[in-house]
Design a protein around this ligand. Structure first.
Ligand code: 5CA
Ligand code: ZN
Length: 416
């Protein structure tokens, strides 16, 4: 489906270092990409409500990875999905009396505008699940043929199309992404879209691969499967493995470690794609004023609300970058003030023809990003150059401010 416009990325002299990235599965940071090409898959939005600042923070985090990889000379292919058919979307559409497709399209437009404002590089492919139902169905059938799936009659309607479940027992390595104990897995499964209480399953943790059609719900006919629609985890595995060879990094927020990425890894293994992803990278959760952002509590912040209130989008981006992508943190109104002040300081410092040499600043910026995308350290290196510029005691090089400005734009996505 349509993505969003790509911001231009200025050219920089030289090349960045290979990026070391923290892998949730191994618990260590390492260079994930060996050759000259990198494949990134990041879990996209479920467009039933406007994407909030926490979602934006996750996409800005992976945007840093794309920028650092490209700067290091890699040929990057970036794929992102849109969960444009799922329970929360259908429930919200029914509640509000709108068509689920229209609801998804309208919320996607808000998301595209926010990503454009934040100068996030668009994925090479933004794939809606409804566009690739056949691909997902083919993977479900493959898992059935591999003996890793089973069918279950709908609870109250034996004549209705069956549901298809994945058998977590089919993967010996199940648990290797999250390393959670079973009690925690059961708890998270219930919280995050699973149905551990469903009767008749082989294991309460077994996730849905394909949901048999229910009255009033959209469904598709895929040859060999009951009339129905894709399950959640399998959609991402189908979309990622169908386009990336290999999937170097499977990314998303840390709320997806379990069950989503754990199940994805097992689906991949059972289907013969071993490993599904070379590494699993997760962004921390953003809260608001100390509490988890939650639609029911109404404590949400949005990129478009901030920009409509006059905050430059570049300042919103700087505010997000001031937190390490792996940390959980809480947004409060003070974040804006600090970022607006920093943006003004940077802009003033680069608005000269000359300034202190900047090649070492570029190097430090690259080093910070290559070290597990340490954006806070990268911001401090630019701050330090600004301080030298303000002190005015160093030999001035013509063009140095321009280099700092181009580096901030290309590597951090902050245009000065
Ligand atoms: N469509 C699925 C992924 S396949 C989904 O989780 N959609 S979402 O709209 O709920 O979330 C979109 C992305 O934002 C996911 O990568 C998710 O992990 C991330 N995310 C959700 N909440 C937050 C938050 N509070 N802070 C940071 N990232 C978040
Ligand atoms: Zn996903």
């Amino acid at each position: 489906m349509r993505s969003w416009p790509a911001p231009s990325v200025p050219a920089l002299p030289g090349e960045g270092r290979p990026v070391r990235l923290h892998d949730t599965a191994t618990g260590a940071a390492r260079e994930v990409v060996a050759g000259g090409a990198a494949g990134l898959y990041v879990c996209g939005i479920t467009p039933y409500d406007a994407a909030h600042l926490g979602h934006a923070a996750t996409y800005v985090a992976f945007d840093l990875l794309v920028r650092a990889w490209r700067d290091a000379g890699l040929d990057v292919t970036y794929v992102q999905n849109v969960t444009d058919v799922d329970d929360p979307l259908l429930e919200r559409a029914a509640r509000d009396g709108v068509d689920w497709r229209e609801l998804a399209e309208s919320q996607l437009d808000v998301f595209r505008d926010d990503m454009t404002a934040l100068a996030v590089l668009p994925p090479d492919a933004l794939v809606g699940v409804t566009e690739v139902v056949d691909e997902v169905g083919a993977l479900v059938l493959r898992l059935e043929r591999a003996g890793a799936a089973y069918r279950l009659a709908q609870p109250d309607d034996a004549g209705a199309p069956d549901d298809v479940y994945f058998d977590v027992g089919a993967d010996d390595a199940f648990g290797a992404v999250s390393h959670l104990d079973r009690a925690t897995m059961l708890e998270l499964s219930a919280e995050r879209g699973g149905d551990p209480g469903r009767e008749g399953k082989k294991d309460p943790l077994d996730p849905l691969l394909w949901r048999g059609a229910r009255p009033g719900e959209p469904s598709w006919a895929v040859s060999g499967l009951p009339e129905g629609r894709p399950g959640w985890h399998v959609e991402c595995v189908a979309i990622a493995t169908g386009r990336l060879h290999p999937v170097h990094v499977q990314g998303g927020g840390s709320d997806l470690v379990f069950p989503h990425h754990e199940m994805g890894a097992s689906h991949g293994a059972a289907a013969g794609v071993r490993p599904y992803a070379e590494a699993y990278a997760h962004a921390g959760m953003v809260a608001l004023d100390g509490e988890k952002m939650s639609k029911s509590k109404g404590n949400l912040e949005f990129v478009h609300r901030l920009t409509a209130a006059g905050v430059p989008a570049a300042a919103v981006r700087l505010a997000l970058l001031a937190h390490h992508y792996r940390s959980d943190w809480s947004w409060d109104a003070g974040e804006v003030d600090g970022a607006v002040a920093r943006l003004a300081r940077w802009r003033a410092a680069v608005s000269h023809e000359g300034g202190p040499e900047a090649a070492s600043t570029l190097q430090a910026l690259r080093d910070a990003l290559a070290d597990d995308l340490d954006a806070p350290a990268a911001l401090r290196t630019v701050d330090a150059w600004c301080a030298r510029q303000e002190a005015g005691t160093e030999v001035t090089e013509l063009g140095a401010p321009g280099l700092v400005a181009r580096a901030a734009d290309a590597l951090l996505g902050v245009r000065l």
